[in-house]
Write a new protein. Structure first.
Length: 134
């Protein structure tokens, strides 16, 4: 399975829609299944909805596994995590860091910063524009 299949907003929404009926305590149950968006999931998680937090944490575990591989292979100094799924409370980022710490070589992990991106969902477009100016 590709990382995109696990980590993209569309696939987080799909997996959430597939499972949200299993947890009748989730605030997402108040919404129409087809209208659930990544913003709804992130907002619910930030409001301490356990099911939504679980869905973001699971995604963080998948991404953290990939991040650990990058750290182990490339021994890089900094990894920036961005996009719509990076919530203000750091639910997904904390899960990524925890998983990467578990699977990385300790010395390599200690040298690597894993940070939240600040450019938001337009980061790719901004980066592409900056590349054309160089």
């Amino acid at each position: 399975m590709r990382l995109e299949e696990m980590a993209s907003s569309a696939n987080i929404v799909r997996r959430t829609r597939d499972r949200f009926h299993q947890d009748n305590t989730s605030s997402l149950n108040d919404l129409d299944e087809e209208s659930i968006s990544i913003s709804d999931i992130v907002s619910a998680a930030e409001a301490e909805d356990d099911f939504s937090k679980l869905m973001l944490e699971r995604t963080g575990i998948y991404v953290g596994t990939a991040v650990a591989s990058v750290i182990n292979l490339l021994n890089i100094e900094r990894i920036i995590i961005g996009g719509e799924t990076v919530d203000k409370k750091g639910i997904i980022l904390n899960a990524i860091i925890k998983r990467a710490r578990e699977l990385s070589f300790a010395p390599s992990f200690k040298r690597t910063q894993i940070l939240r991106g600040t450019l938001g969902k337009n980061a790719a477009a901004i980066g592409a524009a900056l590349l054309t100016q160089q």
